[in-house]
Design a protein around this ligand. Sequence first.
Ligand code: BGP
Length: 482
Amino acid sequence: MSQLKGFPKDFLWGAATAANQVEGAWDVDGKGPSLADAMVAGTHQVPRRITLDIDDGKYYYPSHNGTDFYHHYKEDIALFAEMGFKVYRMSINWPRIFPKGTETEPNEAGLAFYDKVFAELKKYGIEPLVTLYHNEMPLNLVTEFEGWSDRRCIDCFLRFAEVLFRRYKGVVKYWIPFNEINDLTTPVGNWNHGGILNPGTEFFTDQADDPDKRYAALHNQFVASARAVLLGREIDPEFRFGTMICHITVYPLTCHPDDVLLTQQEDLLRNCFSGDVQVKGYYPYYIKRYFERNNIHFPILPGDEEVLRAGKVDFYTFSYYMTNCVTAQKDAAQVSGNIMGGAKNPYLTATEWNWQIDPVGLRYTLNHIYDRYGVPIMITENGIGARDTLEADGSVHDPYRIDYLKAHIEQMRLAIDDGVELVGYTPWSAMDLVSVSTGEVEKRYGFVYVDKDNQGNGTMKRYKKDSFYWYKHVIETNGEEL
Ligand code: BGP
């Protein structure tokens, strides 16, 4: 591949996590509960229960101790540095800073934790990429306000953002206001993206839906994001903001025009709409018709559209795990996905959790996105959830993870050669953590193995997987040797 252009010299190699999935320490140093702390453990077969009254005696809640980054951050960041990370994507746990979300003064002990994390990253020259909202809404805002469907959340969020912007000016440059903001285009997004628990919802995978409320929540997040961008730029003109889209690229299952048309509609609604609002700054024509046809109504207040236009983001980021097919046929075999499944692609294999593996689809997606927006792109999540075995000598052999990442990085390189402005890559995940959809730790994603099982047993000791050494070499050679 040496005749290809190759990765730019300053390419941001690193990896990602989210606070609620790694930190643990859910009630330590003044932290309040987040909605993630109200999700009971599950598995691929057993759905995660949501309990507003957290009852540790009755249920096991995996985020309560996560993989204990809170007490291991020094050791963990040293491991990230050993791999040669240039960037670390992390989120800030909102209720660590505002335990209920409605306070006017932040919790100093919570901020002190992130001061230490950023100082540690700085020590190794690792650039932080900070997500402000990654499923960490204070639980109080869920019960008091019905989550993001209530506009008052916007001001609560802006107070949180302002505290961080002022404190970490000159420390953090890259911000992502909302993780996978398009998850609210699906009913499964109600709970952890919207903080909405409709009557009748017991389980994460099977939620009662009220589209008016759900799209009101999404609108409020668009406004909150745009206002955060405007405020951030006022505080520090050096700040750069990105959208973050859960990009589930879709193909027509057949070339029947009905399948092709359905695929286009699905792509516009799930993948394009939210990015269009955040990068282009307005609601696109097709979504307005979608709302009319489906009788969806929610308030857009005077001034909102101006704010969306003014508070556009600077760069585009997305998660990429799989692609799915779309068809008008009713009996097509199905596969799973993080926010939605789809029809099975006969040319692809899938993971144990039935997520289809499609590296070439990543090149296709990168070209599609760059053509649409023409702004710098980062892939902020990409990886494989798999069962790993810790050997007696402390080694972990994970050739399937190396194969998955290698195949995707090859396609990134081809996309760069196509002319796409890809500036960074933070695969999921830096270290083992709690899976969102199933609550398992044994659905492992990390380069670093953490000794903890699905029931919370284990020493929390860290071990370097084979993929750790492999990725270190990839970074050392700037993607030349995979
Ligand atoms: C994305 C989320 C991540 C992460 C990932 C893997 O949708 O942004 O937080 O968890 O999916 O999914 P899961 O944890 O369900 O395996």
